[in-house]
Design a protein around this ligand. Structure first.
Ligand SMILES: [Zn+2]
Length: 307
């Protein structure tokens, strides 16, 4: 998290160190930015007996496996479903118990924008009289969809790095993410972009490419791909040119795909990412195959370019 979201991480670390972290935090941003991972790392920092998200101690490991008795995870039962009042009411017994292992208890509410009104009101009651030792971390894609009264009781952390990342060249990003899975993907950006062009040109089969790319960590790969197509979209709309590493391949992509296709592709990513968010145990090859078939379908059929 220090690498991925340094500003937000710094902000919560400072608040933690000064013992003034808000009882309710709302993390707002697109799913591919790893907000659940941020919530998990923050919970580790709050609960870890070494007072750092050391990731080695029993508590940190239990949190990583979603098995810590003092951490509760609330999310919609079904992929497109709502968070219901029963789910929030069920929290009240957890909230007023003393923590079992740690000094604090943490409740994550994922897809918080999908709380129905009754659920949001029930939560509001808890936030109005914040239970001792208990922190709430709400995760939402967009702030406008959250109930204002809930927001007024919480501190909001925004994750909008995508906007400025679009203007950052791959080599600069690669240096920034040097020792992470994203860094590994970025180091191979040119090869990946070439593969993508071959796929869209129908010279590389989706299944073959999925097998090749399964060597990378799935969420890092999806983050990179989203960034690529968001860059392409920006080039198409603003008529700007990419600079640096991979610039010519990005240009080829913007020629190969029409605006509607890029729009569809970005929508597909959003769907895939929200599916992943619901289910962390996925078969990476299958996810990639599905995605690549969708990409080849989204491509406008008439254009071919020489690579
Ligand atoms: Zn630890």
């Amino acid at each position: 998290m220090r690498n991925t979201h340094p500003l937000q991480w710094e902000q919560v670390q400072t608040a933690l160190a000064q013992n003034r972290l808000a009882h309710a935090l709302v993390l707002v941003g697109p799913l591919h930015l790893g907000l659940v991972d941020f919530a998990r790392a923050l919970t580790q920092a709050m609960i870890c007996p070494h007072q750092s998200a050391c990731s080695d101690c029993v508590d940190c490991q239990m949190i990583a496996r979603n098995e810590h008795p003092d951490v509760l995870w609330v999310k919609p039962d079904k992929a497109a479903g709502a968070i219901k009042i029963d789910q929030i009411r069920a929290l009240s017994s957890f909230v007023f118990l003393t923590p079992k292992r740690a000094k604090k208890k943490v409740i994550w509410i994922e897809a918080a924008e999908r709380m129905n009104t009754a659920a949001a009101n029930a939560l509001l009651k808890m936030l109005e009289e914040p239970p001792l030792h208990t922190h709430f971390i709400l995760i939402a894609e967009q702030i406008g969809t959250l109930v204002p009264t809930v927001l007024s009781r919480a501190q909001v952390l925004r994750f909008n790095e995508q906007e400025h990342l679009l203007d950052v060249q791959f080599e600069a990003l690669s240096a920034h993410y040097s020792d992470s899975e994203r860094g590994l993907v970025l180091q191979n950006a040119q090869t990946l972009l070439r593969d993508l062009l071959l796929l869209l040109n129908n010279t590389l089969h989706p299944c073959k490419l999925a097998a090749q790319w399964s060597a990378y960590e799935l969420s890092a790969l999806l983050w990179f791909l989203y960034l690529v197509f968001a860059k392409v979209q920006k080039m198409q709309f603003l008529g700007t040119q990419a600079q640096g590493l991979g610039a010519s391949q990005l240009l080829d992509l913007s020629k190969l795909l029409d605006r509607l296709s890029v729009f569809k592709i970005l929508e597909t990513f959003t769907t895939v990412l929200s599916t992943l968010q619901q289910n962390r145990q996925v078969n990476a090859v299958l996810v990639l195959e599905g995605l690549f078939f969708d990409l080849t379908e989204a491509r406008c059929s008439s254009t071919r370019i020489a690579i």
